[in-house]
Design a binder for this molecule. Structure first.
Ligand code: ZN
Length: 350
């Protein structure tokens, strides 16, 4: 039996059905290379610890359409997935007097077209904007660890309503972008739970790439890119159907533990996002980025959400380095097969 780890991927690809193997060839390439080294005398004394480093198998997977490429080192991938035991600085996560989002009607600006209010959140106009139409979706709960479906549905509903209001204000703007940066490792400057909504005249580059890939893939192959991506991941044991969509452990994650969600529309996303964030919480992930890729307003079409772990809250080293920023090739320690097994275990438990 083949191990379910990333280094076994070439073998699993060889065993795909002819149809799925053809889809693999449309989307991905894979290569494996051995990295070798000579240990100095001092390290040879700890033979058991360092011997495995003498020969390291590197697996590289590239998506020919998105251009995403990821390096997995078998030595790292073989590590068991253990819940992180960060000493979460709980005191810092509790509401304090100085929290600018605990009383947002008093302490945050509104958009010129007003606020959108939901049961679990409300919008504010971002004080220093990334782009002309930029709102914060401020959660009514201070503590940012949220994975309940009904709360996530409210956040997305409020954001979608804000997109429509923003478009009434500026009819040229039609490209929505929802993102959630949870805690400082993910780029959030304020601890209080909040997400962000932007509506742009031109799509942001990753959204444009996604829309372009879906369009060109259908024209070239006559099938849906998202459907084929899911079919392939499912055949490899890296995708599972859930409710109205699918959850994938990406073959080309941008960074650690990345999960991708595919669904027919934004309103189908809440239970899937809830499932992935529940898994993250169980694994001790505290800081993450989540983004939703969706078609322009008033255009129907499939949507994608991506969620990525941003690492230990107490770590001083950044998870993103030169390889990710300039090498264009992420170096990832977590194994997609291990992530999908953890999700499957959660499904059977829950
Ligand atoms: Zn607060």
């Amino acid at each position: 039996m083949t191990d379910r780890i990333i280094s076994a991927l070439p073998h699993l690809v060889e065993n795909l059905s002819p149809e799925e193997h053809e889809i693999w060839g449309r989307i991905y390439t894979i290569s494996r290379h051995e990295g070798r080294l000579i240990l100095p005398e001092a390290l040879r004394e700890e033979e058991a610890k360092y011997a495995p480093f003498r020969s390291q198998q590197i697996t590289r997977v590239t998506n020919l359409h998105s251009g995403e490429s990821t390096l997995f080192n078998e030595l790292r991938a073989k590590r068991p997935l253990e819940a992180r035991r960060d000493e979460v600085p709980v005191r810092e996560l509790e509401a304090g007097n100085g929290c600018p989002f605990c009383d947002p009607l008093k302490t945050t600006p509104s958009d010129v077209f007003g606020r959108v209010e939901g049961r679990f959140c409300l919008t504010a106009s971002n004080l220093a904007k990334y782009d002309a139409l930029h709102a914060l979706v401020i959660f009514r709960q201070h503590h940012p660890f949220i994975c309940e479906e009904e709360k996530i549905r409210d956040f997305l509903d409020v954001a979608q309503t804000w997109f429509l209001r923003a478009q009434q204000y500026d009819p040229r703007a039609r490209y929505p972008f929802f993102m959630w940066n949870c805690l400082w490792r993910a780029g959030a400057s304020i601890i209080h739970g909040h997400a962000q909504a932007l509506l742009a005249v031109e799509p942001y580059q990753s959204v444009e790439d996604w829309l372009h890939t879906c369009d060109s893939y259908r024209k070239r192959f006559g099938s849906g890119y998202g459907e084929d991506l899911f079919r392939l991941h499912e055949a490899l044991g890296l995708g599972r159907s859930y409710r109205e969509g699918g959850i994938l452990a990406c073959l080309t994650p941008v960074k650690e533990k990345e999960m991708m969600i595919l669904a027919p529309a934004v309103e189908n996303l809440p239970p899937l996002i809830s499932r992935v964030l529940s898994l993250y919480h169980r694994l001790g992930v505290c800081s993450f980025n989540l983004a939703i890729f969706q078609p322009p307003l008033n255009v129907s079409g499939p949507v994608m959400a991506r969620v990525v772990d941003r690492g230990d809250l107490l770590s001083r080293s950044s998870d993103i380095g030169g390889m990710e920023l300039y090498g264009g090739t992420a170096v990832v320690s977590s194994d997609p097969f291990v992530m999908m097994d953890a999700l499957a275990a959660q499904n059977s438990e829950g």
